[in-house]
Design a protein around this ligand. Structure first.
Ligand code: FAD
Length: 349
């Protein structure tokens, strides 16, 4: 257990001082690295520079050229070194072999900070790695910095339904673990001139010892599969759109602008649009160049998912709607008449 605070300062156990460096788990699936990994390397670079330690990527996968390429990409995005575990049992993500691989690496090389994406894979892995290592994990962070008093990770995240932001320190446990959602941190510049060291580690695990088996991989074949977190333009609708048929006005404008359709939670809960189009605290975090919000009040739980957008245009009948407090441009009026007018104008452009 952590010692009692003395003027906000904790004394780190001597044995934990051996833990050094910032690590980022490089998540990949079907040969593609999840961009959140590069965003985390960008953020990890700042933490490592503040601490004066190395920034390292961690790649686990089946033997082959791809994993080496992922290490190179990690260097291009800021890593100084990459830990690489190659084994046929790591061909597809499964909790058991990945947890074993990552915990083995941590126990052997002892990083002080370990960051993962708050994706389906990252959330699954972070939880089991933290419990196996018996260390602290702060999930869904929106800000990471180094606490100068304790030289430890100060991880901030919304709490109490988004109405408070709390900062969590993992004291006297190492590594300090955190997950961050895609698009919360900015993408760092890619520098193809960078290089680094690859540190290989062997995993001794037999396929026959793993409980779960991958029988087949079936990709989501939907033609219009939402790509919300990486869209440049999003047109989102809320309860102010009144009924599901009116949502076609949102789709029309999104189509003309080459953008994606987003939604507030009540609209998703009413079944007007799919769950993976929800923006906000319990949905996706987005950072488009343009976010048009029609009939959305701007509740804090929606705001936290879209306030990183470059330009926000709000359309709302209520001039006192909270969304006007942070929108770049506000249109006070009926979305049912304004949306078709905008669609028409952009169609002519
Ligand atoms: P409302 O708040 O009902 O606002 C509708 C708006 O439409 C009003 O401002 C109204 O003036 C306007 N309007 C009405 N008629 C028109 C018209 N004709 N033209 C233009 N404007 C019009 N919400 C999310 O969105 N995402 C989340 O991820 C999320 N997570 C949550 C997690 C928790 C734990 C909790 C407690 C809540 C969460 N919520 C989330 C819900 C959130 O608190 C709000 O209830 C929700 O965002 C409100 O959605 P809305 O703006 O569409 O509806």
């Amino acid at each position: 257990p952590a010692r009692k605070p003395a003027k906000g300062k904790y004394e780190l156990d001597e044995r934990l001082k051996a833990y050094q460096g910032v690590w980022v788990f490089v998540e990949h699936e079907q040969g593609e690295v999840h961009p959140v990994s590069w965003e985390l390397l960008g953020e990890g670079r700042k933490l490592a520079d503040t601490l004066g330690v190395e920034l390292c990527g961690v790649v686990l996968g089946a033997p082959g050229l791809r994993t080496r390429r992922f290490c190179d990409e990690a260097f291009f995005h800021g890593a100084d070194a990459c830990y690489l575990v190659e084994d046929p049992v790591l061909a597809n993500y499964r909790n058991e072999p990945f947890t074993k691989g990552l915990t083995e690496l941590v126990n052997t090389y002892q990083p002080e900070i370990l960051l993962l994406g708050a994706t389906t894979q990252g959330r699954d892995l972070a939880g089991s790695v933290a419990t196996t290592l018996q260390t602290g994990l702060t999930a869904d962070c929106t800000e990471l910095r180094i606490d100068p008093d304790n030289r430890s990770l100060a991880a901030s995240r919304p709490t109490f339904g988004g109405s408070l932001l709390c900062t969590i320190l993992t004291l006297n446990y190492r590594p300090q673990m955190a997950t961050v959602r895609p698009r919360v941190m900015a993408m760092p510049d890619r520098d193809a001139a960078r290089s680094g060291r690859i540190i290989e580690h062997a995993l001794h695990l037999l396929e026959t010892d793993i409980v779960t088996k991958v029988l087949d991989y079936i990709p989501d074949a939907r033609q219009d599969k939402p790509q919300l977190p990486f869209a440049d333009v999003i047109v989102a609708g809320g309860r102010g759109m009144k009924k599901p048929e009116n949502f076609q006005l949102i789709r029309d404008l999104a189509a003309v602008l080459g953008g994606e359709v987003g939604a507030s939670r009540p609209v998703v809960q009413a079944g007007w649009v799919e769950l993976d189009r929800q923006v906000g605290q319990s949905g996706k975090t987005v950072r488009p160049k343009l976010y048009i919000a029609a009939g959305i009040s701007g509740a804090v739980q929606h705001r936290v998912g879209m306030e990183g957008s470059d330009v926000i245009i709000a359309i709302n009948t209520d001039p006192n709607a909270p969304i006007f407090d942070f929108a770049t441009y506000g249109i006070v009026g009926n979305a049912m008449t304004i949306l078709p007018a905008l669609t028409e104008v952009f169609r002519q452009e």
